[in-house]
Ligand binder design. Structure first.
Ligand SMILES: NC(=O)c1ccc[n+]([C@@H]2O[C@H](COP(=O)([O-])OP(=O)(O)OC[C@H]3O[C@@H](n4cnc5c(N)ncnc54)[C@H](OP(=O)(O)O)[C@@H]3O)[C@@H](O)[C@H]2O)c1
Length: 174
């Protein structure tokens, strides 16, 4: 069965999600929320986002199976990460691999190019609204809001006073 497709993303008020291949903010609460949502699941990402994760952590995300999209047939994860990381050359191949692994859910974790291509497939969006206008060079596509039922799960602010809101958007089926 095709897995449920869930986009997990943090988006500023102006649609910004990234700058210079990094997150343009530091929201520890959101990193924790991201970990809770994604741990134990297959995660799909673009090669650039994968590289930014490895740059930040020095390794892939623990306890998650990584499907990394690249058009380069020679792209491979670094030695030692092959058990946890597989390269795929299309969204269709990623869905197929997740299905073959009996994954009930495929978590799409960015970046901008991948969100643009998977939004049409998404059943749910786990959206962190970052309550600020943020400069950057990577943006989330605009949503057709009537397609989505929005539920606010919780909200808060960082020690520095940056507000955020954890939301769940479920695709309307009626
Ligand atoms: N705020 C958030 O929640 C969040 C989450 C994740 C990422 N981000 C940010 O997003 C930014 C990165 O986004 P990005 O758009 O620059 O890069 P990206 O989406 O992470 O990766 C793009 C790469 O994916 C591969 N790719 C894309 N479509 C493909 C397809 N259909 N088939 C095969 N391969 C495909 C290509 O890799 P090759 O070049 O190897 O062919 C392409 O260069 C960073 O700033 C990052 O920090 C933000």
């Amino acid at each position: 069965m095709r897995p449920e497709v869930v986009l997990v993303v943090a988006v500023a008020e102006n649609g910004c999600i990234g700058h210079h291949n990094e997150l343009p903010w530091h929201i520890p609460e959101d990193l924790k929320h991201f970990k809770t949502l994604t741990t134990g699941h297959a995660v799909l990402m673009g090669r650039k986002t994968y590289q930014s994760i490895v740059k930040r952590l020095g390794k892939p995300l623990p306890n998650r199976y990584h499907l990394v999209l690249s058009r380069d047939p020679g792209w491979r994860p670094d030695a030692g990460h092959e058990d946890q990381v597989q390269s795929v050359d299309s969204i269709e191949q990623a869905l197929w691999q997740a299905e073959m692994r009996n994954e009930p859910t495929l978590m799409v974790i960015g970046g901008a190019e991948i969100y643009r291509q998977t939004l049409v497939l998404a059943d749910r969006i786990e959206l962190t609204e970052v309550l600020a206008q943020v400069p950057g060079d990577a943006f989330f596509p605009s949503l057709h809001l009537p397609d989505w039922q929005r539920e606010v799960l919780s909200e808060g602010q960082t020690a520095e006073g940056l507000g955020y809101r954890f939301c769940r958007l479920s695709r309307r089926r009626d």
